[in-house]
Design a binder for this molecule. Structure first.
Ligand code: NAP
Length: 252
């Protein structure tokens, strides 16, 4: 049986955690005892306030800044983690962006940046995290993919390709590190109520709702709970998998 404070003594880093799904994951892991690094791209109050909110609630957290697509910045961030704690037990590659547009007119930079952040960022952070996890022969990595990895999405060729790549990356990495005690899984959220989906909600919210069998949008906490499970001892035999969290949208 797992204790309520499952992650006591463990160190976690959640990328893109200044708001939305990442912030919920950071809070959840901290509530279960982990020291959580709350990452965001540039120094800003939002990430600092997620970390201070965790501390005020009795948890342990610190904001750290690095653009996940910038190898040097990620290196500096991990060096700080290494010197402060000397370990990393959990990495959640959550940072993601959209730059939607029809493919026929998509700008090169909108294709590239979405691939660089959503897919490249996960690679850069995972590669660096493994240098801490492999010698420890222990670690859990969760990548935030999307149901668009399975379905595609009009105006989202860049995003769907990145998230499908992230799923393949999850499986390939899981195979490479399974014998080192490191598990790598992915979550595939559906329509989660965050800033990222605010425009779709405003323009076509009712139509989206009609297609979701459970009858509501997802919340960041819906995703955080599954991430928490994947990082827990209850998921010790689970690796290389993708978990759809969509209220039944993809089966409707
Ligand atoms: P969000 O509210 O837009 O938050 C995204 C977070 O990522 C923010 O903290 C953002 O920081 C950060 N970020 C962006 N680029 C970054 C970079 N280069 N380096 C570090 N951090 C960066 O998004 P969300 O809805 O919570 O989504 C979180 C993840 O879930 C994403 O990977 C997204 O693709 C995925 N997802 C979301 C949904 C959904 O319905 N919301 C569905 C499926 C998958 P700033 O505040 O500085 O921009």
């Amino acid at each position: 049986m797992t204790s309520e404070r499952e992650f006591t003594g463990q160190v976690a880093l959640v990328t893109g955690a200044s708001r939305g799904i990442g912030a919920a994951i950071a809070r959840r892991l901290a509530a279960d005892g982990a020291f959580v690094y709350v990452n965001d791209r540039d120094p800003n109050e939002a990430a600092k306030s997620v970390a201070s909110g965790i501390r005020e609630a009795g948890g342990r957290a610190e904001a750290v800044f690095a653009d996940v697509a910038d190898t040097q910045a990620v290196e500096a961030m991990f060096r700080a983690v290494e010197s402060e704690h000397g370990r990393l037990d959990v990495l959640v590659n959550n940072a993601g962006i959209v730059k939607d547009g029809l493919l026929a007119t998509m700008r090169d930079q909108d294709w590239q940046r979405v691939l660089d952040v959503n897919l490249g960022g996960a690679m850069i952070c995972t590669r660096r995290a493994l240098r801490l996890m492999m010698p420890a022969r222990r670690g859990r990595i969760v990548n935030t993919s999307s149901i668009q990895a399975l379905r595609g999405g009009r105006g989202q060729a860049n995003y769907a390709a990145a998230k499908a790549g992230l799923l393949a990356f999850t499986r390939a990495t899981a195979l490479e590190v399974a014998d080192r005690g490191i598990r790598v899984n992915a979550v595939l959220p559906g329509f989660i109520d965050t800033d990222m989906t605010a425009r779709v909600k405003r323009v076509g919210g009712d139509q989206v709702l009609e297609r979701i069998p459970v009858g509501r949008l997802g919340t960041p906490d819906d995703v955080a709970g599954v991430v928490r499970f994947l990082c827990s001892a209850d998921a010790e035999y689970v690796t290389g998998q993708g978990f759809v969290i969509d209220g039944g949208l993809t089966i409707s």
